[in-house]
Design a protein around this ligand. Structure first.
Ligand code: X8Z
Ligand code: ZN
Length: 613
C-alpha cells in the first residue's frame, strides 16, 4: 500500500480513506476579495468531488498493481499517486485562506481532515513527488515479490514465498530450521534500505511544506487531539496492559525453555524472535500447543477441521459474511464476489498481505487475500470484512468523511466480531467437536486468545515508536537496525535469533514499513475491539462474564454497530466511541476484564519466577 491508497478508500490497511484529489488536477482558485464562509463551503464541496475522482483513479491503479506486480503497473500506480498527492498539498495550501474564519462545524471539520487524512505528504515539486511515489510503489512491490531462500543444506536451496513461510512458522519446532527461514526472509529486505532512507527524506519534505514538523507529527495529528497528547495517550495505554503482557511473556518463555532447551531460551532474558510461531513474533497463537495450560481438554484446533472439511476460500468468506448478516447488516454486493481476489494466482506476482477495498468509492467492495484453510485466515477474513462493512455504511458521505472515526476504529470492527467466535459458535459451525465446559477448558481458551490479542500489544506499539523516531531524525539511517532491535527488546522482550548489523534492514521485512501503512492503528484497535465487544454485548442483553458473550445473531447489537459505521469520520472519534459504548476514551478496562481469569491463573503459575528481561 502505498500511500496512496490510503486515501483511497481502499483498504484499509491503510488509512482508509480517502482523500484527495481531483482529477482535474488543481484545487479551486480563490475568489476575488477577502475569503468568506460561503466560499469555504463551496471550496470544500469541490475538494470532496475532486478527491473522489483522484482517489478512484489512484485506487484503480493500486488494485491492478497489487494484483499484478510489474514495472508497468508500479509506474501507473506511482503516477496516479503523484497526481493525487499533488492535489492534496495544493488543496491544503489553498485552504489556509479560510483558517481565520468562523465556519460551520462540517466545513471546519472537513478542512481539518483534509490536512491529516493522507498518511503520506509529498513535495510541491512534481519531479520529487514522482520520485517519492515511485519509490513507494517499488518498496511495496519488493515486499510483494520477496522470497526467502534457505541456506541450510537440508533445504536444498529452496526459496519460500510469504505464504509458505507462514506455514513453516506455524508448524516447525526445529530451532535451526526456523532460524534459517527467519534469516532468509530478513535478508530479502536488505535492498530496501537505501530506498527507504530516501523515502523518509522526501516524505518529511512534503510534511514540512504543509506545516508539520515531520511525517510522524502528521500521523499523530490525525486523532482529534494535539499530537503530543496522542503520543502520551499511547504510553498511558501501554502501561495499562504491560503487566498482563509481562505475565504472559514470563509463562511462555518458561514453556519454550522446556521445548527448546535451557541453552536455547534464556531464563531471564528476551525470547529468541523465531520461536513464537510467527515470522514477526507479533501474534503467538501458533505456539499454543507448546504452552497449553491443561492437556486432555477438548481440542481448539479449527485449522484441522477446516482442512479436513475441505473448506475453500469462498466458503470461508461466506462464513464471515454470515456473521455480519446475522446482526442484520446487509449482504455483500454481488460485485464483491466477482471482483475480489481470494486465491494466490499461480502465474503472476501479487501482494498477498490481506487488504479490503472500495475501489470506485461506490460500494465496490473487495478483499485481496491469499486465503488458506486456517483459523488465522478465517479470523483475518472477519477483520477485512469489518473494513468492507465500514465502507458500505459510509460510502454516501462526502469523500472527506469516508474514513473511520479514526484509523484504529477501522481496524477494530471485524476484530470485535471475532471476539464473539466462541467455542460454542464454532461447534455450531461443525468446526469443533466438543467444547470446554470447566475451569481448565476456559483457561485453555483464554490462553489461546491471549497469545493472539495480548502478545500483539507491544508489537502494535513498537512499529511506530521506531518510525516516529526515524521521521523525527532521532534515529538516523546509520542506526536503523540497531534502534529497531533495541525497541523490540524493550517493548516485546524478544531478540533477533542471529547477529544483525547495519547492512540489514529488518523493519523492511514487515509489510507496513515498505507499504507505509501507519501501525498505531492496530495497537488502538486491540483495545477498542474489546470496548466495542463489551458495548455490543450490553446491547444484546448479555449477562455474565465478558469472555462468554457472543453477539452472533443479535439485531440490537447490529443496529448499534451500524449506527457508528454510518458516522464515518463526520464527528470527532470520542463522539463515535460514545455513540457505541458510552465512553469517550480508549482504555484497556474491557480487555483486562475479558482476560481476568487468565491473569489470575498466570500470576499463580509465575509465582517464584523472575519475570521480565
Ligand atoms: O495488516 C493487517 C490486516 C490488514 S489491515 C491484515 N493486520 C496487522 C498485521 O497483519 O500486521 C491485522 C492485524 C495486524
Ligand atoms: Zn485492517
Amino acid at each position: 500500500m502505498t500511500p496512496t491508497r490510503f486515501f483511497f478508500r481502499r483498504l484499509v490497511p491503510l488509512t482508509s480513506a480517502v482523500l484527495l484529489l481531483g482529477g482535474a488536477g488543481a484545487p479551486p482558485q480563490p475568489a476575488q476579495g477577502p475569503p468568506t464562509a460561503a466560499e469555504a463551503r463551496t471550496f470544500v464541496a469541490q475538494v470532496n468531488d475532486d478527491i473522489k475522482k483522484l482517489t478512484v483513479k489512484a485506487s484503480t491503479a493500486e488494485w491492478i498493481k497489487n494484483t499484478y506486480i510489474t514495472d508497468d503497473t508500479e509506474r501507473m500506480a506511482a503516477a496516479a499517486n503523484e497526481e493525487m498527492l499533488g492535489y492534496n498539498s495544493a488543496a491544503i495550501h489553498a485552504a489556509a485562506r479560510f483558517s481565520k474564519l468562523n465556519l460551520d462545524p462540517d466545513t471546519a471539520r472537513m478542512l481539518r481532515l483534509l490536512r491529516v487524512s493522507s498518511p503520506l505528504a509529498a513535495p510541491g515539486d512534481a519531479a520529487r513527488r514522482l520520485e517519492l511515489t515511485t519509490i513507494g510503489a517499488r518498496l511495496e512491490g519488493m515486499y510483494g515479490k520477496a522470497k526467502a531462500c534457505l541456506q541450510r543444506k537440508a533445504a536444498n536451496g529452496k526459496c519460500l514465498d510469504i505464504e509458505e513461510l507462514n506455514v513453516l512458522f506455524a508448524k516447525s519446532r526445529d530451532f535451526d530450521e526456523l532460524a534459517d527461514a527467519w534469516t532468509a526472509w530478513h535478508q530479502s529486505a536488505r535492498p530496501m534500505r537505501p530506498l527507504y532512507r530516501r523515502y523518509v527524506d522526501l516524505a518529511n519534505e512534503g510534511a514540512k511544506e504543509i506545516d508539520f514538523a515531520n511525517m510522524g507529527d502528521l500521523w499523530r495529528s490525525a486523532y482529534d487531539m494535539p499530537p503530543e497528547a496522542f503520543e502520551k495517550d499511547t504510553d498511558r495505554l501501554w502501561e495499562q496492559v504491560r503487566p498482563l503482557y509481562e505475565e504472559l511473556h514470563c509463562y511462555v518463555r518458561a514453556q519454550l525453555r522446556s521445548t527448546y532447551g535451557n541453552d536455547k531460551v534464556p531464563a531471564h532474558g528476551p525470547i529468541p524472535a523465531h520461536l513464537l510461531g510467527n515470522l514477526w513474533a507479533q501474534e503467538w497463537a501458533n505456539v499454543y500447543p507448546l504452552v497449553m495450560p491443561y492437556k486432555g481438554q477438548p481440542s481448539l484446533d479449527v485449522s484441522e477441521a477446516l482442512a479436513a472439511q475441505k473448506y475453500d476460500s469462498k466458503r470461508m468468506v461466506q462464513v464471515g459474511e454470515r456473521f455480519f448478516t446475522s446482526l442484520g447488516l446487509d449482504p455483500l454486493p454481488s460485485t464483491f464476489w466477482e471482483r475480489s481476489l481470494f486465491v494466490k494466482p499461480r502465474d503472476r506476482e501479487v501482494v498477498c498481505h490481506a487488504s479490503a477495498w472500495d475501489v470506485t468509492m461506490d460500494n465496490d467492495l473487495r478483499i485481496k487475500m491469499c486465503i488458506k484453510p486456517t483459523e488465522e485466515d478465517l479470523t483475518t477474513i472477519h477483520h477485512e470484512l469489518g473494513h468492507n462493512y465500514y465502507f458500505h455504511y459510509y460510502y454516501k458521505l462526502p469523500a472527506l468523511y469516508q474514513q473511520g472515526a479514526n484509523d484504529g476504529f477501522h481496524e477494530a470492527i471485524g476484530d470485535a466480531l471475532t471476539l464473539s467466535i466462541t467455542p460454542q459458535y464454532l461447534k455450531n459451525l461443525g468446526l469443533l467437536k466438543t467444547i470446554p465446559t470447566d475451569e481448565k477448558g476456559l483457561i485453555n481458551v483464554q490462553m489461546k486468545d491471549a497469545l493472539e490479542k495480548v502478545a500483539f500489544l507491544p508489537f502494535g506499539k513498537v512499529i511506530d515508536q521506531w518510525r516516529w523516531a526515524v521521521f523525527s531524525g532521532r534515529i538516523t539511517p546509520a542506526h536503523y537496525n540497531e534502534a529497531w532491535w533495541q525497541m523490540r527488546r524493550k517493548y516485546q522482550g524478544i531478540n533477533a535469533p542471529v547477529a544483525r548489523d547495519e547492512q540489514d534492514f529488518d523493519p523492511g521485512a514487515k509489510y507496513h514499513i515498505p507499504a507505509n501503512v501507519p501501525y498505531t492503528r492496530y495497537f488502538l484497535a486491540r483495545l477498542l475491539q474489546f470496548q466495542f465487544h463489551r458495548a455490543l454485548c450490553q446491547a444484546a442483553g448479555h449477562k455474565g462474564p465478558l469472555h462468554q458473550c457472543s453477539v452472533y445473531g443479535n439485531k440490537e447489537a447490529g443496529a448499534r454497530l451500524r449506527a457508528m459505521l454510518a458516522m464515518g469520520a463526520s464527528k470527532p472519534w470520542p463522539e463515535a466511541l460514545a455513540a457505541l459504548t458510552g465512553q469517550r476514551e480508549v482504555d484497556a478496562s474491557a480487555l483486562l476484564e475479558y482476560f481476568a481469569p487468565l491473569r489470575t491463573w498466570l500470576k499463580e503459575k509465575n509465582r517464584g519466577q523472575t519475570c521480565g528481561w
